[in-house]
Structures are given as structure tokens and as C-alpha cells.
Design a protein. Structure first.
Length: 195
């Protein structure tokens, strides 16, 4: 019986996060109140408080949920040999992790000042620098280091620049991933030539 209660509690937490993120996207973080979130969920404010005391708590929980797969990816990449294949797989997995959390990634992008104020921005920044260190070779030519770092930014940029463009979302994600992989592959080809 305890596991059923735990599952329901987890479902409620997830519903709160989903509705809050939807409202933040529609009307902005600052203009969304806990009362509105509770009303959209058809629960009392007290029921909402059981899970989250503030809007900040909701955003922090969302970012922590995104951080878990990124942290797992970083840990995985640190155990891999620094080969082209490992770097390509890192890019593929990163693309999938961001795709799975697309609404949250958009919220972070569109509310950078809020994210910085909530102190979660620094942790997110540290994760990005870890990713940069894993994908680039510090002794490679500067252009190759830029290519590798740009591969990660390509995935971010693609989520925003292509979302309003006509076409199948999966096709657009595949196109962005293809370009990101080309950047990493190109950097790897020239690394041995010292360019």
C-alpha cells in the first residue's frame, strides 16, 4: 500500500511541475502565481504546498530533474575512451536528453535572468563546462575546439530556431543532430594534423 501512495504522490508532483511549466510558458514566470497553478490543478493551495512551498521550489525541482540525466551522461562520458565514437555518442545522448526536456529547456532559455537569480544557473553552467571538457581536446587546434563546443550549442540553437519552422519535429531534431555530429567528426579528422 505504501508504494501506491508513493506513486500517487509522485504523479501529483509531476502534474504540478507540468502545469506550472505550461503556465510559465504561457504567461511568464513572474505573472504566474501558486494560486493559479493550484486552480489549474483543481487542488487547494495547501495541497500544492505539500509538494512545493514556492514557485522557485517548482523551478528548482524541474532543473534538478533535467540535471539527473545530464549528470549521468557526464559520468558515462568520463568512463569512455576519448574517441570519435564516444564523442559522437555523447552528442547523440545529449540531444536526446534535451529533447526529452524540451519545454523546460525552452523555459530556461527564455527566462535566463530568473534562472540566474534562483542560483540554479551556476550549476547548469558548470554542467555545460563539463560537457565542453569532455567533447573537446585541450591540445587540439583552436578551430577544432570551437567545432566541438559548437556541436553542443548547435543542439541548443536547433531547439529554438527550428521550433517555429515547418516540418516534422523528429526530422528537425535529426537534422540538428546531423550537423552537430558533422562538427565533431570534422574536428576529430583534423586533430591529428595539428591545424
Amino acid at each position: 500500500m505504501g508504494s501506491t501512495r508513493q506513486a500517487r504522490r509522485g504523479d501529483t508532483r509531476q502534474r504540478i511541475q507540468d502545469v506550472a511549466l505550461e503556465l510559465f510558458a504561457e504567461q511568464g514566470y513572474e505573472k504566474t502565481s501558486l494560486r493559479e497553478i493550484a486552480e489549474h490543478l483543481d487542488v487547494t493551495k495547501a495541497a500544492l504546498y505539500y509538494h512545493f512551498r514556492t514557485k522557485e521550489d517548482i523551478v528548482i525541482s524541474l532543473v534538478e530533474d533535467l540535471a539527473r540525466p545530464i549528470d549521468e551522461l557526464i559520468a558515462w562520458a568520463r568512463r569512455q575512451p576519448r574517441t570519435l565514437e564516444s564523442k559522437q555518442e555523447l552528442v547523440r545522448r545529449y540531444s536526446a536528453a534535451l529533447s526529452d526536456a524540451a519545454p523546460l529547456v525552452r523555459f530556461i532559455q527564455e527566462n535566463q535572468a530568473t534562472v540566474r537569480e534562483l542560483s540554479i544557473g551556476e550549476a547548469f553552467r558548470e554542467r555545460m563546462f563539463s560537457m565542453f571538457d569532455l567533447i573537446r581536446e585541450p591540445d587540439a587546434a583552436l578551430t577544432d575546439q570551437v567545432r566541438c563546443v559548437s556541436a553542443l550549442f548547435t543542439i541548443h540553437a536547433g531547439m529554438f530556431t527550428l521550433r517555429d519552422m515547418e516540418g516534422d519535429p523528429e526530422d528537425k531534431r535529426d537534422a540538428v543532430l546531423e550537423v552537430a555530429l558533422e562538427l565533431v567528426t570534422s574536428a576529430h579528422r583534423t586533430e591529428g594534423r595539428g591545424q
